[in-house]
Write a protein that binds this ligand. Structure first.
Ligand code: NAD
Length: 237
């Protein structure tokens, strides 16, 4: 029997962090959560997991892979810690700056790293459909409308930008619109409009467990891989 992958969860008190902790705890043969990091932890230990404040990040126990779903302002120390400890990093934090994306590309020469704006299988397939539609429909208008809960900070969403890049790679010029309402987990409409006709491709996430499950799936496979920048589809099996 192989030993569980040791994971450190960053952004642990957030919506995604809580889903990650719950799902990882349900798979003790696969994951050992060695710590949970958030801005201001309410207690020192919760459900047997040691809690750390962001200011204590460098004192976190040894881990094989760090799973980060936090905010851009928390990201730089996370990347630095993984490089310093020579460990894998899975991040779903959106709204990262160009400089942070460049720092990630450089870190990927030293550690295995996977950043994705969306960890759901449905969105991975949607991106392929969008690319195909864009290349088959030159000259059509391409609009992406995304809707999320009111707490979401960045707009357009990271997923909308990823879908936009898929369309642009096939020649489309993309326009974005963002809605922030209620507790919407995440909806993306990619619309191709020609003269007298329209195609609408829609993905609706109704439960954020899909993202947490996807992130844990790739985290278990990324630990111990050679350095590089990985995609979700590289680690699906
Ligand atoms: P949230 O606001 O509920 O949680 C944010 C977490 O980050 C909290 O634990 C908070 O303590 C921590 N944090 C904030 N500032 C910090 C700082 N300066 N230092 C250390 N920790 C800090 O957010 P959420 O809904 O859980 O989303 C988290 C991130 O994940 C966002 O960027 C969101 O867009 C992204 N997201 C990605 C996917 C995906 O599939 N890639 C899916 C859902 C959400």
């Amino acid at each position: 029997m192989t030993s569980p992958v040791r994971i450190l969860i960053h952004g642990a008190s957030g919506r995604m962090g809580q889903a990650l902790l719950r799902l990882a705890a349900a798979q003790p043969e696969t994951f050992e959560v060695v710590g949970a990091v958030s801005r201001k932890p309410a207690q020192r230990v919760i459900d047997g997991v040691p809690q750390f404040a962001a200011s204590e990040l460098n004192g976190a126990p040894a881990f094989d892979v760090l799973v980060d779903f936090s905010l851009p302002e928390a990201f730089d120390p996370v990347l630095a810690l993984c490089v310093q400890r020579d460990t894998a990093l899975v991040s779903g934090t959106t709204g990262l700056s160009e400089a942070q994306l460049a720092a990630m590309r450089s870190a990927a020469q030293k550690i295995p790293l996977l950043w994705a704006s969306n960890f759901s299988l449905g969105v991975a397939v949607l991106a392929e459909l969008v690319e195909r539609a864009a290349s088959a429909l030159p000259g059509w208008d391409c609009d992406i409308v995304e809707a999320h809960h009111t707490q979401k900070k960045d707009a357009p969403s990271g997923t909308a930008l990823t879908l936009g890049q898929a369309a642009e790679s096939a020649g489309a010029a993309v326009h974005y619109a963002s809605l922030r309402a209620g507790d919407i987990v995440g909806e993306h409409l990619v619309q191709f409009t020609g003269l007298g006709e329209r195609i609408e491709l829609v993905h609706r996430a109704t439960n954020r467990d899909i993202f947490a499950r996807g992130a844990l799936h790739v985290a278990a496979r990324l630990a111990g891989k050679p350095p590089g920048s990985y995609r979700v589809r590289d680690l699906l099996d």
